[in-house]
Design a protein around this ligand. Structure first.
Ligand SMILES: [Zn+2]
Length: 115
């Protein structure tokens, strides 16, 4: 997989997860995002576009460099926590499974200081 393909996959995955979250939590129509989630999505797109680690990592959700600003980081964590497991049912492809397992693994051995 090239870096560009990874970036595209990350974008696609992130959009789907935010979509699931927004649809369930904020009761927006399928395929649409509410204002808040749209903002998070815009921000995530920007971060993914400029991420310098794309080559070495799997997904932003498991990246050691927490480049998301704190306000968005919490929001994205919450969205991932909710939508990540559900993605397995929507797109049970290998890479999503892999992403989720890695994310779960990181949660267990997280050295990142929660504040
Ligand atoms: Zn929403």
């Amino acid at each position: 997989m090239t870096v560009e393909e990874k970036r595209q996959l990350e974008l696609k995955t992130m959009r789907q997860i935010i979509g699931i979250y927004c649809h369930d939590k904020h009761h927006t129509q399928k395929g649409k995002l509410c204002e808040n989630c749209e903002q998070v999505w815009q921000y995530a797109q920007h971060r993914i576009a400029v991420c310098p680690h794309m080559e070495h990592k799997t997904f932003c959700s498991v990246c050691k460099t927490h480049c998301y600003e704190p306000t968005y980081r919490d929001k994205i964590r919450e969205i991932m926590r909710y939508g990540g497991p559900r993605m397995l049912f929507v797109s049970p492809i290998q890479v999503i499974r892999h992403m989720y397992l890695e994310w779960k693994d990181r949660k267990r051995s997280d050295t990142f200081h929660e504040n």
